[in-house]
Design a protein. Structure first.
Length: 244
């Protein structure tokens, strides 16, 4: 086969020029390849977005520090002793939670971030998926966020009978989403279900090293929200605070 050059283009003598259909076939392959590369890039971007760390500017990764032992004793002395109110009956829906805190991230996700030992991984809706937590109630190590509950240290039902039945809806929402006082913490779902709505006269964490923090927090929350205590509850709180 002989080759000649005319006007800067090389041609092969005796070779048939490519057909128009061949050009369209090659063009189709290039378009398909470009589309596949774009799809791969898009999927990679989505993966990075949905598995990004949840970054809140929080000062610590633990329950807000409760009042001192001395202050807790002072608060305890000032708590009103009364029988729990049973009418009107408790309505969990009266305590609106969880509420938005930062975009799609609500109270639950904020507490999970705060209480984690390291950065957590969230999905596109800011729902935590994995991380590293220690449940203070039972010292259990947890990696899966679905195994965690956000516990109201003073339970909603306990608060209802101790005075919250007479609150405004706004006050109950504040109580149910309180990130300022030691009222919310991430614990194992197992320990939270065991606790239920019981006060310290009927239930305490199985982790004894957390008892002092627990009763100081309980007393602080009750004092701040002007909630009553029953006699058995006050006796139990007195016993545990004296053991701190």
């Amino acid at each position: 086969m002989n080759s000649t050059r005319e006007g800067g283009w090389s041609t092969f003598v005796g070779a048939a020029p490519p057909s128009l259909s061949s050009y369209y076939f090659l063009l189709g392959l290039l378009v398909q390849l470009a589309a596949e590369m774009y799809l791969i890039s898009l999927l990679a971007l989505v993966a990075l977005t949905t598995a990004s760390p949840l970054n809140f500017d929080l000062e610590s990764r633990q329950l807000p520090t409760p009042v001192s032992i001395a202050t807790a004793k002072e608060y305890l002395d000032g708590l009103e002793v009364a029988f729990p109110v049973t009418e009107p009956s408790y309505d969990r829906k009266a305590f609106r939670h969880w509420i938005p805190i930062d975009g799609k991230c609500d109270t639950r996700e904020t507490v999970l971030k705060r209480d984690a030992k390291a950065e957590i991984v969230v999905d596109s809706e800011c729902k935590a998926t994995t991380g590293d937590w220690i449940s203070d109630y039972d010292s259990k190590s947890i990696m899966n966020a679905h195994e965690l509950d956000i516990d109201h240290l003073v339970p909603l039902k306990e608060a209802w009978g101790a005075g919250a039945w007479n609150w405004t809806a706004e006050r109950r929402k504040e109580f149910a989403n309180d990130l300022t006082r030691p009222q919310l913490l991430a614990v194992s779902a197992t320990s939270n279900r065991m606790k239920g709505d019981r006060d310290p006269s009927k239930w305490m964490p199985s982790n004894p090293s957390f008892h002092c923090t627990y009763v100081r927090s309980w007393i602080q929350v009750k004092q701040y929200y002007e909630l009553t205590v029953d006699q058995a509850e006050k006796e139990a709180l007195t016993k545990y605070i004296n053991e701190c």
